[in-house]
Design a protein around this ligand. Structure first.
Ligand SMILES: [Mn+2]
Length: 270
């Protein structure tokens, strides 16, 4: 597809493609965009660490990404991760429907964004996470009190984020085996995750999709206590930039059916 096309957003489609950390990998985006088009997908949703927006023109991949997406007639919406350039993203204005467009077909979903989608479902966004490898150096990266206010407490069906709720026994067990961080770094990461979890518990999503940890997990867990108890299918995607694993999937908005798949291709140049 070339030339102008109708820009779709979350209000106009029944299915979206969801992708894990891209880290600015345009080759992967090209492959993914093509594969999603083959599956009839015109709206992609990134769970953060997209790595495209940079105010320095020589470091920005926005234009190239926008052209890749345009070639497949697609829109890409993203929450911010910890590695995204928050200040550069925030320079762009938020439109009256809550999207922060950085290109004609590329928009940030601000923390606390919520919208109605197919089937009368509500989708909300809560990006952000802590960089455990460089604690307390990037003050915009973690969820703060204003983000939680923006998100509110009305229940949502789908929450798209970057971090993960705590506790999550299977994730926590894996994290214990990764890296050798200082006590301060671990405390910083835990504080960030704690703030994210506040938001998660407040909106009680039936489905959560995040990615920060670069590993795939997919479980239905029980959260909260007493009257506030609820179950949630919590999914983490592999990193899309690693060209392997379950780093993307198709989400059917009305049914909340989400099916991750891997891109196993020998046909694309690496
Ligand atoms: Mn991350």
């Amino acid at each position: 597809m070339s030339g102008p096309y109708a820009i779709q957003d979350l209000s106009t489609v029944r299915r979206v493609g969801v992708l894990g950390d891209l880290h600015g990998d345009l080759l992967h985006l090209r492959e993914l965009s093509y594969e999603m088009r083959e599956r009839g997908i015109s709206v992609l949703v990134s769970t953060g660490d997209l790595g495209l927006v940079d105010a320095r023109p020589e470091h920005s991949n926005v234009r190239w990404a926008s052209e890749i997406l345009a070639s497949q007639g697609q829109t890409l919406l993203f929450v911010d991760g910890n590695l995204d350039h928050h200040a550069d993203i925030y320079e762009h204005p938020v439109d009256r429907t809550g999207y922060r467009w950085v290109a004609s077909n590329l928009a940030h979903l601000p923390r606390g964004f919520r919208t109605k989608v197919a089937g009368g479902r509500t989708l909300a966004a809560l990006g952000g996470a802590a960089s455990v490898d460089r604690p307390r150096t990037r003050f915009l990266e973690t969820v703060n009190a204003d983000d939680l206010l923006a998100l509110g407490t009305a229940p949502v069906d789908v929450l798209i984020g970057h971090d993960a709720p705590a506790p999550w026994p299977a994730l926590d067990a894996q994290l214990e085996t990764i890296g050798s961080w200082t006590a301060d770094a671990l405390a910083y990461a835990a504080e960030g995750r704690h703030m994210f979890t506040h938001g998660f518990l407040a909106v009680q999503p039936k489905l959560y999709i995040g990615s920060h940890f670069h590993l795939h997990l997919d479980e239905t867990l029980s959260f909260g206590d007493g009257d506030e108890q609820f179950t949630s299918r919590v999914v983490l995607l592999d990193a899309a930039s690693h060209h392997a694993g379950l780093s993307q999937g198709v989400l059917e908005l009305a049914s909340l059916d989400f099916e991750p798949f891997s891109l196993d291709s020998g046909t694309w140049l690496r």
